[in-house]
Design a protein. Sequence first.
Length: 124
Amino acid sequence: MQFLRTAFWVVIAVGLAFFCMANYVPVTVRLWGDMVMETKLPVLLIGAFLLGALPFWIMARATRWRLKRRLHSTEKALVVATAAAAPPPVMTPQPGFADTSPAVAIVPDTSPSTPAPPSITGPA
């Protein structure tokens, strides 16, 4: 996949180089009032492209930053919830030790945490 990405950017760069060589002519741009700017056409087009792409690049970076923060906080909450909900490990004797006490298993309480509301039955 990295090869395809690199090949794509090489093709774009070569095409841009050929475009710049074929259109390297001076261009006069009237800015405002008496201000006039003379530049080459490829410089003007590449500059306009980069200026137009800047707001979208900033928006993408801000979105990526926000999503990374959200993912990090969710991962932290998952670690805390998993650590709190994990039952303690079952103690079993190691082989080679002379332990005559039986292994004790701790079974988590599976009863509902809140009692069910009483049912109301009466004369109809």
